[in-house]
Design a protein around this ligand. Sequence first.
Ligand code: ADP
Length: 492
Amino acid sequence: MMGSLPVLSVVSEIFPLVKTGGLADVAGALPAALLSERVAMHSLVPGYPAVLAGLDAAEPVYTAPDLFGGPARLLVARGKGLDLFVLDAPHLYGRGGNPYIGPDGRDWPDNAVRFGALARIGASLAKGTLCNWHAEVVQAHDWQAGLLPAYLHYDGGARPGTVMTVHNLAFQGQYPMELAGPLGLPPQSLQIEGVEYYGWLGFLKAGLRFADRISTVSPTYAAEIRTPESGMGLGGLLRHRAGVLSGVLNGIDEEIWNPATDELIPARYDAGRLEERAINKAMLQQQLGLAAELRTPLFGVVSRLTWQKGFDLLLAALPTLLGLGAQLAVLGAGDAGLQQAFAAAVERFPGRVGCRFGYDEGLAHLIQAGGDALIVPSRFEPCGLTQLCALRYGTVPVVARVGGLADTVIDASPMALGAGAATGVQFAPITTEMLESALMRTVGLYRDRSTWTKLQTNGMATDVSWRDPARRYAALFREVAAEAHATATPAG
Ligand code: ADP
């Protein structure tokens, strides 16, 4: 009989302890989803104050008198239902607020050391050298864990298998080469075949170079990042490693995102009681200062506000959208210029545009449960989670045809409508004109009640759970675990 496979997930944020984006959702949901696949996943996370405060039980299993400039303890812990290793290193993580950004709005100046330490400890922990636990496979998430496969390589000797998972190629972690010594990387690593990236020390580059497998969060993104246009400087390396690169879609937590049981919305519903959504719509309109109009198509946005997400295009398309008689409800945080532009739109179009800036879990649920459509105009999108939530909530996603958005939404083309398969609206190329035409198409569909209901119920019947992704990850982990991994101890 096959035993459970011990896997270490090394990650810089994990829901519900600490979250800035989709990475935390994925890291938080995957361990539970993998249980039925006989994968026992532990997660190694930094001991930020929010993480330490959320632990139910914690016990030190290893102490380092000096981990890159200060003392550190490794805790084995349980918190919010997660099996954790927590790196308690106050000199690195004992700071409140955002995990990556200081109070001045800039990256913490020592981020290379903060996350280098996480990768260093993760590599040693996985090998079994820190305590009486080891992993057969390590999943390193994003640049913050990127050095881990490099550490294992240069340590030499037998090692666990490694999977580098890319959630967003735009964040690569490039730092001055002088940091290689302090981070414990050997001199022979400082070359293009090692961790060097155009004269810099590249964290993500290191992971992509040395991991046994590379995964990313959708099949289309896995193909896109191999191209010069979307490879963001790493396309060549990814083309070179195409044989070990695959895409596994994210799921969403079906308990947190369940319109039939959601405590964060006033009216619960399912595909057979869509009329209940009207109560949520009324509440949403009220909360965001929108005119109380049941029959007006209400478009929602739940997003970080950054260039990636394409909201400058939506702002340009706003007159067209409002000209169609629609309303817009925005929940977002990020770029000050985009926030200002949306705030100006609220002034200019009172009752038609409503915005809330900041992070608000409850309002995110209300927009999904009360909006008619959700707009995701991303220039690139590795997977995207909000369109998955929208499908589950009967909110019709209007998305750019890129990355995971292309893989998860079925466009209401004449063919898909005819076949009764459509779940949303896609547009490409990613321009204001194409977004405008998608918005026009969406309002047209909205006015045709039976077609709209079919779009909603098709979306709600779509499997956006972690079941299939968990099966795929488990297969990937077992494949890697079955290979013997040893690197000769490098000379010098
Ligand atoms: P990314 O990771 O690029 O930010 P994703 O779509 O993968 O984008 O994941 C975003 C996650 O964060 C979703 O769970 C979404 O509901 C949530 N989210 C984004 N912005 C906000 C916000 N302002 N308030 C509450 N939740 C938000």
